[in-house]
Design a protein around this ligand. Sequence first.
Ligand code: ATP
Length: 361
Amino acid sequence: MTATTRNLRLGLLEGDGIGPEIVPAAVEVVDAAVDAAGAAPFEWVRLPLGRSAIDTHGSPIPSSTLGALAGTDAWLLGPHDSAAYPEPYKSQLNPSGTIRKHFGLFANIRPAKAFDGAKAIVPGTDLVIVRENTQGFYADRNTYAGTGEFMPDANTAIAMGIVTRDAVEKIARTAFELAQARRRKLTIVHKANVLRLTTGLFRDVCRDIGREFPDVEIDDFHIDAMTVHLVRRADKFDVIVTENMFGDILSDLAGEIAGSLGIAPSINASLDRAMAQASHGSAPDIAGRDIANPIAMILSAGMLLQWLGARHNDAALIKAAELIETGVNSTVGNGTVTPDMGGTASTSAFGSAVAKTINGS
Ligand code: ATP
């Protein structure tokens, strides 16, 4: 790997609801951080997605958008409100699911970190959930074509779950590498006492891969027990690896334990692509009022810069990612927060305050 010599191209998909408010706030912060860290500025590529793309392109995720994303290095995805789309779009795989499937973004990486001084159910929580994103019991994405959920008659519904050794090896390596760069502890979450074959395979393959990482301490828990452990002692966990549905549920729980789901970031990644996406939805109830909290989107963009920095061996990008995290922390620490966190700052004012903090650092 060599440090980036060209300007990286970043896709920009604002999405629905509060997306057109929180995504620009994240762009302002990213531009400030990249500038302050001395990294090459990004070339932003704005692309249609969501409700407005149905009107302009006949699809919430136009094929031209997928094609253009293939020509970018990574992208920022705002939330979408697919539940409000007209049929047939409402029943189709939603835009983020389509993108994850199209680009094989198998790893959903969702940190849960308590802010200094902000309320948290378990203060000191600093963990990362690494969720397998393509298989398991999420029947909307675990088949090559069609869906793994069907009804043979009006009163019978069947969903299938899939676990393959290849997919678990990939997610396990991602999780162990992350643990190695952190506190060297990895927890495997499964339900192998009941789903013996599927989640049993998940646990066993993770343990097999663990032999390649002898410096990482491993333990494992059933998903039900794990919810109790998180509520009682989330601060004792480092990296948690699990299958799709367990990871989806656990990461919402962990986000709330660390302070608020509204501040929980994530990226979705393959070995060569990554997408920043806040964990929360499009919040249509507060859209258009400039009051949404952009922290999750901003921190997701920061994770993306960290990922790009590691991939391109670019210390300036890694520095920019650090500036974003410290910039958000000190802005919150100064009491500049949006109404959901008890403050009066607008979405745009919060983004500008973080950018200003970074510029001054
Ligand atoms: P989805 O299914 O698309 O993930 P959801 O049904 O889980 O969405 P959200 O859109 O995440 O719901 O909203 C849940 C609640 O949290 C709403 O009251 C919303 O206003 C609030 N909320 C979500 N994101 C934010 C944010 N960034 N800032 C402030 N409030 C938010």
